[in-house]
Ligand binder design. Structure first.
Ligand code: MN
Length: 290
């Protein structure tokens, strides 16, 4: 059995730009370092928050990324996105954007225009997935994954299900293409329903309670917005809905390479970080208007 290593209450939120009110779990908690959670190197969780209507969309302005992937899950509200290659799009409720920054781009992330006008509940996850050295300088790309494209595995009660974004649940493959083994899934559970997950003991695995509260391997109830770090050893664990619940389940094979990280750049060596800053300053990430 894979046991709970530790349950974390959400730390005080901070604002990313003026539109993303997030609790940072990885790597802010010393025990949730990039090395410990490899390949998951950053996790910002925007717990449910009501934004009032705004005359212009709130968000975060033009900034670069290099060396990894950003995975944005919109649970409530809509996120708009533009980048220096001319790509743009909207991540709607229930959808996921899997952006491979790799060799680098500039982008900006905002509330969608329509969401800004009406305001409302906003809840999201941004997870950074590291890339192996050999893929860090590959071409940037996007996967706009709609909720409809995700594999849905119905559970015993015929109502609860596991939604597979990436990796596999019970031989159902999610639509995301990943560079290394990454499982990213939502369990949507009616009260009292129990679901079992099984991942290699070499993986790093965590959960976030998105809605309701859960019991993991018969634990005390774990409340909403809490982060569950699972032990490395063991393979299988159960999640039971203490009340109607939604849980994000993530498990990935560690890449096991050196990590040199600074702000929006995550490389293998200090020299590569310096190169990233130089390339950024030389305009090699392209151009994007604020
Ligand atoms: Mn970004």
């Amino acid at each position: 059995m894979k046991n709970i290593a530790k349950v974390y209450a959400p730390p005080a939120p901070h604002m990313v730009g003026d539109g993303f009110r997030v609790h940072n779990f990885i790597p802010s908690f010393p025990a949730l370092s990039m090395q410990r959670m490899d390949p998951f190197i950053m996790l910002d969780y925007g717990s449910k928050f009501v934004f009032p209507p705004a005359p212009s969309p709130k968000g975060v302005g033009v900034h670069p990324h290099r060396g990894f992937e950003t995975v944005t899950i919109a649970y409530k509200g809509q996120v708009a996105h533009h980048d220096s290659f001319g790509n743009s799009g909207i991540i709607n409720e229930g959808d996921v954007q899997w952006m491979t920054a790799a060799s680098g781009l500039l982008h900006k992330e905002y509330h969608a225009e329509s969401f800004a006008k009406t305001g409302g509940e906003f809840q999201m996850v941004q997870l950074w997935v590291n890339l192996p050295a050999k893929d860090k300088m590959s071409a940037p790309k996007y996967q706009a994954i709609t909720n409809q494209q995700m594999a849905k595995v119905l559970l015993e009660d015929g109502k609860s299900y596991v939604e597979v974004i990436a990796g596999k649940y019970k031989n159902q493959q999610g639509p995301a293409n990943t560079f290394t083994e990454v499982h990213l899934q939502n369990a949507i559970l009616e009260k009292g329903v129990k679901v079992e997950f099984d991942f290699p003991s070499t993986n790093n695995t965590f959960l976030i309670v998105i809605e309701g509260s859960i019991i993991v391997n018969g634990s005390d109830p774990i409340p909403v917005d809490h982060f569950v770090e699972m032990d490395k050893k063991g393979t299988s664990f159960t999640i039971e809905a203490n009340e109607k619940a939604k849980v994000l389940v993530a498990s990935g094979a560690p890449i096991g390479e050196p990590i040199a990280a600074h702000g929006p750049f995550v490389m293998n060596t200090r020299d590569e970080l310096v190169q990233a800053f130089n390339d950024f300053n030389d305009g090699k990430f392209g151009h994007l208007e604020d």
